[in-house]
Write a protein that binds this ligand. Structure first.
Ligand code: PEP
Length: 252
């Protein structure tokens, strides 16, 4: 089954309004309109609307970096799924390891956020990944299984084909230490088996699984040559237009 590769840039808490608009313009200058692959950017909330104006006409996709599980209400500082949709988002990143680590997100809150995204027709990009200690203790697949099952516990079968999962080993995020293509493929294959068990073979064959963790121009080709790696979730390198353009132009 041929899945359209998805190259996603997570800008995290970087970029003032003018910087974000300049980056979006630079990206378009360098990437143009990609064919046969999808390009997505996830800027900070305050700049979503302005970045949308730059990138949606080019056919790129827009994502929020987080959302609240309620549709509205007294939740100071939070953002709802419908708010993201109105800015032009089609996707939302959920359960990034920085949110789990610094903002106490749990498998249960991730599951509620996935539910909120789907109610608003936003496609969730659900992040999972083990810490270095968990990998060294041989717990990688157990941790991944717990996180995937926890996040998708309430998913109906029809939601699986468009779902995006991102395998992001915590020890590889922002460290310059990338998983080898074989290490990543091993986990991606396990995730796809798990998604098959939770849905069915054809849904699992359509679901995209991104790799994230120090993806750079010089390692993207090898990663993308693996059969179960369907794209990349890129942090640091997505802030440099020429690096991200090279990642989008991966060869495998
Ligand atoms: C990320 O934060 O999702 C990420 C993968 O970051 P980096 O590419 O900088 O490791």
């Amino acid at each position: 089954m041929k899945r359209t590769p998805l190259l996603a840039g997570n800008w995290k808490m970087n970029g003032t309004l003018s910087e974000a608009v300049n980056l979006a313009r630079d990206l378009f200058r360098q990437i143009g309109k990609p064919s046969g692959r999808e390009v997505l950017v996830a800027p900070p909330f305050p700049v979503l609307t302005c970045v949308a104006a730059e990138i949606l006409p080019a056919g790129y996709l827009l994502a929020g970096q987080n959302l609240h599980w309620e549709d509205s209400g007294a939740f100071t500082g939070e953002v709802s799924a419908r708010m993201l949709v109105e800015t032009g988002c089609s996707h939302v990143i959920i359960g990034h390891s920085e949110r789990r680590q610094y903002f106490s997100e749990t498998d249960a809150s991730v599951a509620m956020k996935v539910g909120a995204a789907l109610r608003a027709n936003l496609i969730p990009i659900v992040c999972v990944g083990e810490t270095l200690a968990e990998r060294e203790n041989g717990q990688t697949l157990g941790v991944i299984e717990r996180q995937v099952r926890g996040a998708l516990v309430n998913l109906t079968r029809s939601a699986f084909p468009s779902l995006v999962l991102a395998y992001e080993p915590v020890w590889a995020i922002g460290t310059g230490r990338v998983a080898t293509p074989e290490q990543a493929q091993h986990v991606h294959e396990a995730i796809r088996r798990l998604v098959t068990a939770l849905s069915d073979e054809s849904s699992a064959a359509m679901c995209r699984i991104l790799y994230g963790g120090s993806v750079k121009p010089d390692n993207v080709d090898d990663l993308m040559s693996q059969p179960d790696i369907d794209g990349a979730l890129v942090g640091g390198a997505s802030l440099k237009a020429d690096d991200f353009a090279r990642i989008v132009a991966f060869q495998s």
